[in-house]
Design a protein around this ligand. Structure first.
Ligand code: HXC
Length: 519
């Protein structure tokens, strides 16, 4: 065969591979408001940067007439490219070929890019749209999944791993995304569950729809499994690109610093007024976050789940940080099971990838009650404490208002190796809030008063005494637990200066196989 013919043969094969399962199935994919596997990659990566691997791979199955059914690339598109010029490895499951189901060769393709990403030290983004295990391949498919799971586990904390769910993701297949750092789901077109509605009905008798069992609404609000939800795939891909802009390539590198056009010494007078005079009145901590970060840009993570704590990424003078903030606007910012778990995982992610943590504290304590105790708030609250105490990245804490009891210790306190702990003049750092303290200290005296007016007067007087003595930042500052009390409008500048000072921070934990975080 002449070389021209050989080149033509190559081009023909490429064209065939790019057609996936064929035009009819591509049309069907589009009719559901979904892109194809290759279209998603084109949208995700910098233009022209994608290099595809294993385009000519086909499955090796012979059963059920499969020997007569071959599609080039076998249901998953893999390779590497760049996002804002930085290398990233990708795999994108192709629903137009055998419903994106996982065969032995499909698994090998994914493992190849994961192995190379680990050697090179670059993130992996996986796009999931699959009917699960390739039924015709039986146990080889199960083994293929396990090969991927093992690699997810080894890569955890070494390279960022991100999963987008743009279609079905069911059965054991959900565990690969679950092992990654972030999960994004698209509204209406994606779902995740361990067992689908039919099996659920058979086993438990419960009748439930696909959406109600594992749609994006469920996983963003109830389970907290989805970190991001997008209106559609296009928006989802933009979120993935944005997320990448805060992350380093791997655990040995620092996150990327970008130019910043927002003045570092911008004074925000609004902040001097933002805390209500009445300590029981809520405010939105996100107003504070937006005011102090570069250009008001904050990528919130799990924004609809456990809203009593706010987590997400932002930049200060171009330096990426993770922000953890109690939210007085929701359940008074109390720490409970879900908010502790949510923040703990985020703190650990930031620590694993050298992202400094800024903690904004306004916490009245842990949520009391039998449902929290029975649910194990002790162990879940301990997760957050553990995460902060173990973290060696720069930790800057600003106490805005309340910081009471065990929750004070948990929220990046000095004794949990907080590097720089500031407080606003409105801070109240104490063992508990005035109402609870007065009840214990003067309960009998108060109970002895029969006149309701006198009783209320005494309570108010006792609370005021308590607040003056303990509920202020100076009691903690007196002992050096707070490094400085700062004017709220200077907060942005003080954080940036602290980040610069801490840029060369070195801290470590004792050598060990791994810690035993209270799971
Ligand atoms: C082989 C599959 C397949 C699978 C779908 N297809 N799932 N082929 N193995 N698991 C094929 C279909 O035969 C069809 O082929 C094409 O993909 C599209 O499927 P449709 O059913 O026509 O599409 P749709 O109506 O959109 O339904 C999508 C679906 C459904 C909900 C995903 O296909 C489905 O329920 N599939 C089976 C899901 C499942 O039970 N998987 C195993 C889970 S257990 P043609 O040729 O017609 O286009 C599991 C264990 C993993 O995954 C364990 C890991 C540890």
């Amino acid at each position: 065969m002449a070389i021209e013919d050989k080149i033509q043969e190559l081009l023909n094969k490429r064209t065939e591979a790019r057609l996936g399962g064929g035009l009819t199935r591509i049309d069907s994919q589009h009719s559901k408001g979904k892109f194809t596997a290759r279209e998603r990659i084109e949208l995700l990566l910098d233009e022209g940067s994608f290099e595809e691997y294993d385009m000519f791979v086909t499955h090796r199955s012979h059963d059920f007439g499969m020997d007569k059914l071959h599609f080039l690339s076998d249901a998953v598109v893999t390779g590497h490219g760049t996002i804002d010029g930085r290398v990233v490895y990708v795999f994108s499951q192709d629903f137009t070929v055998f419903g994106g189901s996982l065969s032995e060769t499909f698994s090998q393709k994914i493992c190849k890019v994961m192995d190379q990403a680990m050697k090179v030290g670059a993130p992996v983004i996986g796009i999931n749209d699959s009917g699960g295990a390739r039924i015709q391949e039986g146990v080889r498919s199960l083994a293929g999944y396990a090969e991927i799971f093992q690699r997810n586990i080894m890569a955890s904390g070494v390279i960022p791993q991100i999963s987008a769910i743009f279609g079905p993701c069911a059965g054991g297949a959900v565990y690969s995304p679950a092992l990654t750092d972030f999960i994004l789901m698209s509204k209406d077109t994606s779902y995740m569950f361990v067992t689908g509605p039919k099996v659920t009905k058979t086993v438990t008798g419960e009748t439930i729809s696909t959406e109600d069992l594992g749609g994006s609404e469920v996983h963003s609000k109830k389970s907290g499994i989805a970190h991001f939800v997008s209106e559609d795939e296009r928006e989802g891909i933009l979120i993935l690109r944005k997320l990448m802009s805060y992350l380093p390539q791997n655990n040995l590198e620092d996150p990327p610093i970008t130019d910043c056009n927002d003045p570092i010494d911008r004074l925000d007078d609004l902040l001097n007024q933002i805390i209500p005079e009445n300590p029981n009145k809520p405010y939105d901590v996100k107003d504070i976050i937006h005011t102090i970060v570069d250009n008001a840009e904050f990528l919130e993570v799990q924004c609809s789940y456990a809203q009593n704590i706010v987590i997400g990424f932002a930049k200060f003078d171009g330096m990426p940080v993770g922000i953890v903030a109690n939210q007085p606007n929701y359940l008074a910012g109390v720490l409970d099971i879900n908010s502790s778990r949510k923040a703990a995982r985020f703190v650990r992610f930031c620590d694993a990838f050298n992202i400094p943590i800024i903690t904004l504290v306004d916490v009245p304590g842990f949520l009391p009650g039998s449902s929290q105790e029975y649910g194990g708030i002790i162990i879940h609250g301990a997760k957050l404490m553990f995460a902060y105490g173990e973290a060696t990245v720069p930790k800057i804490t600003i106490t805005l208002r309340k910081s009471y009891g065990g929750a004070h210790d948990v929220m990046s306190s000095k004794q949990l190796r907080g590097d720089i702990n500031y407080a606003w003049p409105s801070a109240e750092i104490a063992v508990m809030g005035p109402a609870g303290a007065i009840e214990i200290l003067a309960g009998k005296e108060i109970a002895g008063i029969t006149n309701e007016e006198d009783k209320a007067k005494l309570i108010a007087q006792k609370e005021e005494e308590y607040r003056t003595k303990f509920a202020n930042p100076y009691e903690a500052a007196k002992y050096g637990y707070i490094d400085d009390v700062i004017e709220p409008r200077n907060t942005r500048f003080r954080i940036i200066r602290a980040l610069r000072i801490l840029a060369t921070k070195k801290d470590s934990n004792p050598p060990k196989k791994h810690s035993n975080i209270p799971l």
